[in-house]
Design a binder for this molecule. Structure first.
Ligand code: ADP
Length: 377
C-alpha cells in the first residue's frame, strides 16, 4: 500500500543510483530525529522534530545562530567536537545542553557532517533529545552514591555490633556462668534461678547480635557471583538441617533445579532458612516440604512449600522485617532474623521474595533469581 509522500522499495532502489531531491526531502522532513542544515553558523533548513525539541517553530529557527541554542557553558566544547567531526573524526556524537524557547534545559546528542548545499559548504546536523536518559542516569548515580553511603554505614554498624557490643556481652555471660559454677551450691534456689535467667538472657542477646551481624554482612561481605547448582545448594542446606529433619520425621521433595548466577554460601543460607522454618513451624503431623522451580525466560521462580501452621495474611509482609516474630520463644525458638536475611540475600541477587499462606494449611515462600545456565539434575 502506498500513501502520499511514502517511498516504495523499487523507488528506493532507483533513487540509490540517482539520489533525488524528493528522497532527500522525505528523509529530512519526516525524520524522527531533529535534522538541520547550517550555513555560516545559521540555520538554513530545519525539520519539525528540531522545532519540537527546541520549542521554536520552523520560521523562528531559520536564520537563527545555531550556537544560540547551546547553553553558554557548553559552547566551546560543542564547537571543538563539531570541528573534529567535520574533519572526519569518527564519533557517535557529542552531548550538550540545549536552551529551549521556554528557557528550560534539555540534554541533546548531536552528530554533524560536512555537505554542499546550493554549491556552498554547509553542515548537516542530526540531534536527539536524551534528557530522559540523562535524568535516569543522574538518578542511578544518586542511588548508587546513596547505596554506597548506606553500605558504609552498615559496615560501621556491623563493626560496632561485632566488637563494641559482643565483647562486653561475652564478659557478662562468662562471669555469670562462673558465678553459677563456683557458688551454685552455696546460694539458695532463687539465686540459682536468677543466675540461670541472666545466663539465658546473655546467650539470647549473643544469638540476636550474631544474626544481626550476619544480616548486615549480606551486602558488604558477600562473595562475587559464580555458577551455582541449586540442587547442590539445597543438598548442603538439608545436610546442615539433618538433625531437625530427622527428629521431626520431615519428608523433602524437590523438582529439577536450575543453575543460577549467585553467591553459593548465601544461596545455601537462603534455602536453609526457608526449609528450617518449614520444619520448625510444623503442626502435629510430620512436615512435608516441597521445593519447586519454574523457569521463565532469564528468571526462575522458586517455591518452598510446607504443610505447617501457616501465617495470617496480615503478617505476610512484616515477617520479612528484622526481629519480627509471630510466636514466643517458648512456642518456637528463633531470633526473628531468618526471613530478613532471606529477603536481603534474594534482593542482592536481583530477585523478590514473598509468601502465600492460610493459617492451618501451610505456607508457600516464593522467590525469584536470575537463571544463568541449564537445569541440573
Ligand atoms: P524465626 O524463625 O527466628 O522466628 P524468621 O524471620 O525466620 O524468624 O521468621 C519470622 C516469623 O515468620 C516466624 O517467627 C514465624 O512466625 C513466621 N514464619 C516463618 N516461616 C514460617 C513457616 N514456614 N510457617 C509458618 N510461619 C512461619
Amino acid at each position: 500500500m502506498k500513501t502520499k509522500g511514502t517511498i516504495t522499495a523499487p523507488e528506493l532502489v532507483a533513487t540509490r543510483t540517482r539520489p533525488s531531491k524528493e528522497l532527500f526531502r522525505t528523509l529530512f522532513y519526516s525524520s524522527p530525529i531533529g535534522t538541520y542544515i547550517v550555513q555560516n553558523g545559521r540555520f538554513l533548513l530545519v525539520n519539525h522534530q528540531l522545532a519540537r525539541i527546541s520549542g521554536y517553530n520552523d520560521d523562528e529557527l531559520i536564520g537563527k545562530s545555531s550556537l544560540n541554542l547551546v547553553l553558554a557553558e557548553d559552547r566551546n566544547a560543542v564547537r571543538d567536537n563539531a570541528v573534529r567531526m567535520l574533519k572526519g573524526e569518527r564519533s557517535h556524537g557529542y552531548e550538550f545542553r540545549m536552551v529551549t524557547k521556554r528557557a528550560s534545559l534539555k540534554w541533546v546528542m548531536e552528530t554533524v557532517a560536512p555537505v554542499f548545499y546550493r554549491r556552498k559548504r554547509a553542515t548537516l546536523g542530526h540531534l536527539i533529545d536524551i534528557t530522559e536518559r540523562k535524568q535516569v542516569e543522574e538518578m542511578l548515580k544518586q542511588t548508587t552514591l546513596e547505596m554506597q553511603r548506606s553500605n558504609a554505614e552498615l559496615e560501621q554498624f556491623a563493626y560496632v555490633i561485632s566488637h563494641d557490643l559482643q565483647e562486653p556481652l561475652r564478659m557478662v555471660s562468662s562471669y555469670t556462668q562462673l558465678l553459677a559454677q563456683r557458688y551454685g551450691d552455696k546460694l539458695d534456689a532463687d539465686a540459682d534461678e536468677f543466675i540461670a535467667y541472666a545466663v539465658d538472657g546473655a546467650e539470647r542477646m549473643q544469638a540476636l547480635l550474631h544474626d544481626l551481624l550476619e544480616y548486615s554482612r549480606v551486602g558488604t561481605r558477600g562473595k562475587p557471583f559464580s555458577w551455582v547448582n541449586c540442587k547442590d545448594a539445597v543438598d548442603k542446606a538439608v545436610a546442615n538441617l539433618q538433625i531437625a529433619i530427622q527428629e521431626s520425621g520431615a519428608s523433602m521433595t524437590y523438582d529439577v533445579l536450575p543453575t543460577v548466577m549467585g553467591d553459593e554460601g548465601q544461596l545455601v543460607r537462603l534455602f536453609q532458612n526457608l526449609i528450617g522454618n518449614a520444619v520448625k513451624f510444623r503442626r502435629d503431623d510430620p512436615p512435608r516440604v516441597r521445593i519447586s522451580a519454574q523457569r521463565r525466560y532469564n528468571k526462575v521462580a522458586f517455591s518452598v512449600q510446607d504443610n505447617g501452621i501457616g501465617i495470617e495474611p496480615a503478617h505476610s509482609q512484616s515477617i520479612f522485617e528484622i526481629f519480627r516474630r509471630l510466636h514466643t520463644r517458648e512456642e518456637y525458638p528463633g531470633t526473628g532474623m531468618g526471613l530478613a536475611i532471606c529477603k536481603k540475600i534474594v534482593e542482592r541477587h536481583g530477585g523478590h521474595i514473598s509468601v502465600q499462606s492460610k493459617p492451618g494449611e501451610g505456607s508457600t515462600f516464593r522467590f525469584t533469581l536470575a537463571v544463568a545456565g541449564d537445569e541440573a539434575t
